[in-house]
Every structure is written in structure tokens, then in C-alpha cells.
Design a protein around this ligand. Structure first.
Ligand SMILES: Nc1nc2c(ncn2[C@@H]2O[C@H](COP(=O)(O)OP(=O)(O)OP(=O)(O)O)[C@@H](O)[C@H]2O)c(=O)[nH]1
Ligand SMILES: [Mg+2]
Length: 251
């Protein structure tokens, strides 16, 4: 199906991934889709790398910058708001650390073109490099997401490779409830689901960061994520009749 309004770009939130971002950008440019890099207050080396990438590819790369670090969610939203204002219909969001399989970009965009009202959500297929503790820790979040949507539609809410339809995302962000840090990826999918969007789940290979840099802060991010699940749980309670009705209709 061809949708004339399907006009995608790629949004990459970047925080200090100077050793990985160059190769990620190079691989993405091959797909001929405009890139929006959002520098989330990186330190000097990261900022310089991003300046150089934008200067080398001025027609394909837009660089936006937060003077201060705001968190992954803040960076994704800055990129997506900008993309929406520029007239793009969809943003493929991919992380900067080289964990994701850029060869899957055409498959994700084809899915988004076919089901433009849905969120295309990657679910990870891991290789042997995944730390076991990370692998099993994800299950706690999966279970919370299934409870908070009263559905199994979101297969993995934490994968940093997905395509958002921009109009509903920007409208949701306008309402102001979204987590701005590492709680964003899950929060935004549950709330888009609550807003009536469907999810198209696609498998994609995920490795462990190519530059070995993880900014996941065990204590702070786990507290944020637990609070988010609790807030979503109460949000689910008053939506439960509507969510259950939707679930049964879908069956
Ligand atoms: N953690 C973190 N990432 C940010 C921030 N701002 C932007 N990002 C970007 O968000 C993406 C995800 O960050 P990662 O550190 O890879 O987090 P993750 O993939 O959940 O964790 P790992 O599995 O350890 O890689 C990357 O592209 C980061 O550069 C921030 O403040 N903190
Ligand atoms: Mg990562």
C-alpha cells in the first residue's frame, strides 16, 4: 500500500557515544532517509564528533542540541517534535550505541508504510553477548506492561528501535505525562496503546553496546522505572473497562 503522507525520517538521541555514532550514521545514510541527531548535552568529545558528522553531511543530517542533559525521552521528543514541525509523518528512532541492526531499517519502514497508524516496535533477538541478568530483568517490565495494558500487544517495551507515527506521539507529549529518562521507552508505548494505537512487533537482532558504553544507571533508572510502573498501574485501573472491551473486540 502506498500512502502519500508517509514521509519518514530517522531520529537518534545521542549522549556521549562518540566511539559508536560515526559508524551508526554511516550505515544509516545508506538508506537515504534524512537523519536528525539530538545531542543530549554530550561532553566535548561527543559534541565535536556530532558537529563533524553534521558538517560532513549537511544535506542529510540535522543536528539539534540540548545545552544540558535531559535524558533519552527528552532527546527523542526534541527530535520528534522537530520532525513533526518539518512535515515528517513518521520517525524511526534508533539508539546511538551501535546495538541495533541497521540492515533492518527498510523492513521497519516498509511495515510503517503498510500500517501507518501503528507503532512499529522492535523486539530483541539477542546473540550470546547479552548479560544474563539484563535478559531476565526485562521480564519484570514485560509483565508490568502486560498488566498495565491488559493485553499482550506490546511484546518488548524497551527496545531502542521503533517507528512512531508523529501526530499521535506529539499530541501525547503535549499532554505532558511522559517520563523523560530511561523510563520513556516503556511509558510512551503503554500510553500510546491507551490512546488507541496498535503495535506492529518486529524481531530485530540486538547486540551489546559496540562501544561498551552503557548509561543505564542501576539505582536511579530502576527507581524511575518502578515509579513509572506504579503510576501506569493506577492509570490502567480507571481505564480497565475500556481496555478490556477493546481486548475482547480484538479477539
Ligand atoms: N542513558 C541515557 N541515554 C541517553 C541520554 N540521552 C540520550 N540518550 C541516548 O539514548 C539511547 C539509549 O541509551 P543507552 O545508554 O544505549 O541505554 P540502553 O540501550 O537502555 O542500555 P544498554 O543496554 O546498556 O545499552 C542512546 O542512543 C543514548 O545515546 C541520557 O541522558 N541517558
Ligand atoms: Mg543501548
Amino acid at each position: 500500500m502506498t500512502d502519500l503522507r508517509f514521509h519518514p525520517c530517522i531520529v537518534i538521541p545521542v549522549f556521549n557515544h562518540e566511539h559508536a555514532i560515526g559508524a551508526v550514521v554511516q550505515r544509516l545514510l545508506a538508506h537515504g532517509v534524512p537523519l536528525i541527531l539530538v545531542d543530549d548535552g554530550s561532553a566535548a568529545a561527543g559534541a565535536r564528533t556530532l558537529d563533524a558528522l553534521a558538517a560532513t553531511h549537511p544535506s542529510q543530517v540535522t543536528l539539534l542540541r540540548h545545552a544540558r542533559n535531559q535524558g533519552k525521552g527528552g532527546a527523542v521528543l526534541t527530535g520528534c517534535r522537530h520532525a513533526h514541525a518539518q512535515g515528517y509523518s513518521h520517525a524511526l528512532q534508533i539508539d546511538a550505541d551501535g546495538q541495533h541492526e541497521t540492515d533492518d531499517v527498510p523492513r521497519f519502514l516498509t511495515q510503517a508504510r503498510t500500517t501507518p497508524a501503528e507503532v512499529v516496535v522492535g523486539y530483541p533477538v539477542y546473540d550470546a553477548s547479552v548479560p544474563a541478568v539484563r535478559f531476565y530483568a526485562r521480564y519484570a517490565t514485560h509483565v508490568w506492561v502486560w498488566i498495565n495494558t491488559l493485553s499482550l500487544q506490546i511484546r518488548d517495551s524497551m527496545c531502542g528501535f521503533r517507528v512512531y507515527p508523529l501526530a499521535p506521539l506529539v499530541a501525547l507529549a503535549q499532554r505532558g505525562a511522559l517520563g523523560q529518562r530511561m523510563n520513556f521507552d516503556t511509558d510512551v508505548l503503554v500510553r500510546l496503546y491507551w490512546d488507541g494505537l496498535r503495535m506492529a512487533n518486529l524481531p530485530t537482532k540486538v547486540g551489546y553496546p559496540s562501544d561498551g558504553v552503557s548509561h543505564f544507571q542501576l539505582w536511579r533508572d530502576n527507581v524511575l522505572i518502578s515509579r513509572m510502573h506504579a503510576r501506569l498501574f493506577f492509570g490502567m485501573l480507571w481505564r480497565a473497562p475500556r481496555l478490556l472491551a477493546r481486548h475482547w473486540r480484538a479477539r
